[in-house]
Design a protein around this ligand. Structure first.
Ligand code: BYC
Length: 327
């Protein structure tokens, strides 16, 4: 889709050393709602932040395929197997789109994959937890995809053209995932006592990581301010978390399931949800490599990388050259 080539390695990332006239013109374009395209002038920090965020998002998609992927062979019935297989395939496709979008900013895909498998890059906290039962797989498809849509529907109206176009397609596909996941959860929640127990236990397991999923509280978020000023992030972490609670807690209750937080309550005066703060120390441990499944997830990716090396070698001719990225 796009060319690669690490042509922007030594760009400045402090705003003072940028050309102030160009910076002002760039910010004016963003404020007018224009899209920034790969060959347009942009401050080094915008490039760096976008690479970081899009790359982490791409990694989250391929790592995110793993907990659900292990349930394809064990999904109950042929229809569920087919749907889950299609969903997992979509997630990997999302990673392809996102790696391509990140490549337009100058970081080659090989470098991104390398940073993933060596543990240098982050990816979403939530995929470092195990999917013990079929109900875990259904909760991921419904609740995790729901959270992803809340975040991505906001960001697709952002400023960087290739990322927004990738998100546009991703959100369309995610909305099918959400329907599939909701359907599978409804099936369990309206099923036998054992099925209800299974889905409730899965929800209990995924709720704390789901509260982490939207990122640290706004007051602790490092990157939000600049990302929101440059319209890369179109809603803050807390705004997305609130939006998710607003949309999905009623749906969870509708199914007769409970949320494992005795303090969860919508304050009618402020219109805000109140909840128990999730354990942010656990969040830090998980995103820094020390969650229940981090080692396993990276080992699977490393294995895939090693097993696919012969193929990449076979298709890459010595004389292949990277081209400058086009829009
Ligand atoms: N997990 O300053 P902050 C999917 C890190 S895939 C891990 O608030 P920011 C799906 C953050 O990176 C969807 N790390 O950061 C796939 C930063 O560390 P660094 C995944 C997290 O960027 C398959 C530090 O904490 N979605 O749904 O302003 C199957 C400080 O945070 C997390 C995306 O990637 C986290 N949850 O905001 C099913 C969306 N949160 O980099 C489903 C795109 C924070 O300084 N990304 N950190 O070392 C974003 O929207 C934003 O990057 C975030 C974080 C809201 C995630």
């Amino acid at each position: 889709m796009y060319g690669g080539g690490n042509i922007f390695e030594n760009v400045p990332v402090d705003l003072e050393s940028e050309d102030q006239e160009k910076l002002a013109a760039f910010e004016a374009r963003i404020n007018r709602g224009e899209k920034i395209e790969p060959m347009d002038w942009m401050p080094g920090l915008y490039r760096k932040q976008l690479i970081r965020m899009i790359e982490q998002h791409a990694h989250s998609e391929i790592i995110g395929a793993l907990p659900e992927g292990t349930w394809i062979t064990r999904a109950p019935g042929f229809k569920r197997k087919l749907s889950l297989m299609a969903k997992v395939q979509d997630e990997v496709g999302h990673a392809q789109l996102l790696y391509s979008a990140a490549e337009t900013l100058g970081k080659p895909r090989e470098a991104m994959i390398n940073d993933l498998i060596t543990g240098k890059s982050k990816y979403s906290n939530i995929f470092n937890y195990p999917a013990f039962t079929w109900a875990d797989a259904t909760i991921i498809s419904w609740i995790v995809d729901a959270g992803a849509i809340v975040n991505q529907l906001a960001n697709l109206k952002g400023s960087y053209g290739p990322y927004c176009r990738a998100l546009d397609r991703i959100c369309a596909e995610e909305s099918f995932h959400l329907k599939y996941g909701h359907h599978a959860v409804i099936h369990l929640a309206t099923g036998s006592p054992l099925q209800r127990k299974m889905v409730q236990e899965a929800l209990n397991r995924w709720w704390p990581p789901m509260m982490h999923f939207f990122g640290p509280p706004d007051k602790a978020s490092v990157h939000s301010e600049i990302l929101m000023r440059w319209k890369v992030k179109m809603a803050s972490n807390d705004e997305n978390r609130q939006q998710f609670l607003d949309m999905y807690v009623p749906k969870i209750w509708e199914l007769g399931l409970t949320v494992p937080d005795p303090n969860l309550n919508k304050n009618n005066e402020s219109g805000q949800w109140e909840y128990t703060e999730p354990d942010w120390e656990e969040f830090k441990r998980v995103i820094n490599g020390d969650g229940p499944c981090n080692a396993e997830r990276l080992a699977v990716r490393r294995f895939a990388e090693e097993r696919g090396a012969w193929m990449r070698k076979a298709i890459l001719k010595k004389e292949t050259e990277y081209v400058m990225p086009l829009a």
